[in-house]
Design a protein around this ligand. Structure first.
Ligand SMILES: Nc1ncnc2c1ncn2[C@@H]1O[C@H](COP(=O)(O)OP(=O)(O)OP(=O)(O)O)[C@@H](O)[C@H]1O
Length: 251
């Protein structure tokens, strides 16, 4: 028996790989309805956080829970129902090249076998319509632009009707219109009641989509709060992240 909380929580999580500390005493709460971005420079451990919550890797110490159910050091079978509440949009989209857009989006539903083919096809069309790429239904990933691939990846994440959607660097490699499309889509998802957790170093996208921010620096959480609190934070490593000053890099 567990109490059904409405959040994903990480408490004092430590994760080490190959003798290197990636996360040290990391805390985070993703409350339903409050969208969060995890900020940090490249290699600071942002994707690692998503993988830990998804149970793809396991922490050496600390606790992780999904809606009140602790998942730390338990087999996925023990928390399958909680795990299903989360979907992830991977950095490169991670679409299956040999499948059409429609097959990619419906893949998980077909695998589960709970719904008829007609029902799956209806959901696939609805999700593709939501992200604005329904005409691409029968195309293959190789025939899509980078922005379309990301939108198909979002449609695929939505197919299983998750509560939480994780975004790993969703705007990397997109032109300004592509970035705008992804930001508006994330905002529409939030209006539709989804809770998003994004990892990125793209500040404009973070500020346009999230209410709360966590910043990692040298494997530790150095800031947690709102945009205004982040901008006002006097810590040097926070200000350095917001406005990098080391111009020698460009000389
Ligand atoms: N299996 C592994 N073996 C060794 N090092 C690893 C492994 N997985 C991750 N790392 C290291 O952990 C660090 C954090 O990786 P992570 O992908 O979480 O960073 P990130 O902040 O998401 O980076 P980026 O913004 O570049 O995607 C990196 O330095 C990476 O090289």
């Amino acid at each position: 028996m567990h109490i059904e909380e409405q959040c994903i929580r990480m408490e004092q999580v430590c994760y080490t790989v190959g003798g290197r500390v990636i996360l040290n005493d990391f805390d985070m709460e993703l409350e339903r309805g409050v969208n969060r971005t995890i900020l940090g420079v490249s290699g600071s451990g942002k994707t690692t956080i998503l993988k830990l919550i998804l149970g793809l890797i396991h922490p050496q110490s600390g606790r992780i829970s999904i809606n009140g159910m602790e998942i730390t050091n338990r087999p996925e079978s023990a928390y399958r129902e909680q795990r299903k509440k989360i979907a992830i949009v991977f950095q490169g989209g991670a679409l299956f090249d040999s499948m059409t857009v429609g097959e990619n989006v419906g893949y998980r539903l077909f695998e589960e076998g709970r719904l008829s083919q007609a029902e799956v096809e209806e959901i696939v069309r609805e999700k593709l319509r939501f992200v604005g790429v329904e005409p691409a239904l029968d195309l293959y990933p190789a025939e899509l632009s980078g922005g379309m691939k990301k939108r198909v990846a979002i449609a695929r994440a939505l197919a299983a009707d998750p509560e939480y959607i994780f975004f790993d660097e969703p705007t990397t490699g997109l032109d300004p219109i592509g970035v705008y499309n992804i930001v508006s889509l994330m905002n529409r998802l939030q209006e539709a009641g989804k809770t998003t957790l994004m990892v990125t170093h793209d500040l404009p996208t973070a500020f346009a989509t999230s209410q709360r921010f966590s910043l990692i620096h040298e494997s530790r959480l150095v800031f947690e709060g709102t945009e205004a609190e982040l901008r006002d934070c006097p810590l040097a490593n926070v200000q350095e992240f917001l406005q990098p000053t080391d111009r020698s890099l460009f000389v």
